[in-house]
Design a protein around this ligand. Structure first.
Ligand code: NAP
Ligand code: MN
Length: 265
């Protein structure tokens, strides 16, 4: 087995990463950043997002595993004091694997520029700099609504507890293969009208967001910022690819949600 490690720069994380490397070396597990079978992220959910984007070209071969050095995360199952147990479980190779849906994003342009493709693990948003964003929302090629407001967010089930949740989206169990469209401060009055509530879109459907031609769009894909002009439209659907997690602790999803957002009371 070949293992790559992705970590953040916090002092605690660096210490944990050194211990993990030593344990892997002792167990004759090879560390290989180029063609790993397993990617271990050490840090938080944000670190796992970075690891996903670094290895998103190897999604069919690679499994991910998250060690958290802060609070319990949504993508991080192992605690920093469980490293021995973690490395043992890699050797006995009895880990279970679980996979989650990803979002497929295609940006197409008004000029001849070729379309760009991205995959998101959490979400993609479209916003404008300090102006009202005007966009037509199509579902399966049919006009659904004309949006005016700050922007739109499209998120995966595992991303539903991230930005999506802050803008009033629903938390979705990750075994549901669907994606969610959520409005960011929509302008609603007698002239402009949108649905106003988050929508869960089925796996065989797709969204097209047709944008007004302006110069100042900001499209985000997880932590990545893409400043764009001349966008014709952005297409969203569930990707063919999925992310696979190794050694997944079967923590009840709703338990994790409670632990993160409600606490023990
Ligand atoms: P960040 O600003 O450190 O992340 C914001 C928080 O979101 C962190 O506490 C992060 O956890 C947490 N988070 C990330 N993915 C999550 C998930 N799937 N479920 C629940 N919480 C999650 O930036 P980052 O760590 O690079 O993460 C990027 C993500 O931050 C974006 O994809 C977006 O979803 C989110 N974000 C949220 C807001 C908002 O809620 N207003 C604004 C901007 C970005 P860790 O501390 O464990 O990293
Ligand atoms: Mn973070």
């Amino acid at each position: 087995m070949k293992v790559a490690i992705v970590h953040n720069q916090e002092a605690k994380t660096i210490e944990v990463t050194e211990r993990l490397k030593a344990l892997l070396t002792q167990s004759a597990i090879q560390i290989d950043g180029q063609r790993p079978d397993l990617v271990i992220s050490v840090g938080g959910d944000g670190t796992l997002l970075s690891a996903f984007h670094k290895y998103s070209h190897l999604l069919n071969e690679v499994r991910f595993l998250g060690v958290h050095t802060g609070h319990l995360g949504f993508y991080t199952d192992w605690r920093d004091y469980e490293l021995e147990e973690l490395v043992n479980s890699l050797q006995t190779n009895q880990e279970q694997s679980v996979s989650y849906p990803l979002l497929d994003i295609k940006i197409s342009y008004l000029d001849d520029k070729p379309a760009k493709h991205f995959l998101a693990l959490n979400e993609s948003t479209i916003k404008r700099s300090n102006r009202t964003m005007v966009a037509d929302v199509y579902i399966k090629n049919e006009l659904f609504e004309s949006f005016r407001g700050d922007g739109l967010a499209v998120s995966t089930p595992t991303g539903s507890t991230a930005y999506n949740k802050s803008i009033g989206g629903a938390v979705i169990h990750p075994s549901i293969n669907a994606f969610q469209l959520t409005e960011i401060a929509s302008l609603n009055n007698r002239v402009f009208r949108t649905l106003g509530s988050p929508m869960v879109i089925a796996q065989d459907e797709w969204l097209e967001i047709k944008l007004e031609n302006t110069e100042d769009y900001l499209v985000t894909v997880d932590q990545l910022d893409i400043k764009e002009s001349n966008i014709r439209s952005i297409y969203y659907r569930i990707a063919k690819e999925r992310i696979h997690f190794a050694s997944y602790r079967h923590m009840h999803f709703w338990h994790r949600v409670k632990d993160s957002f409600i606490g023990e009371g």
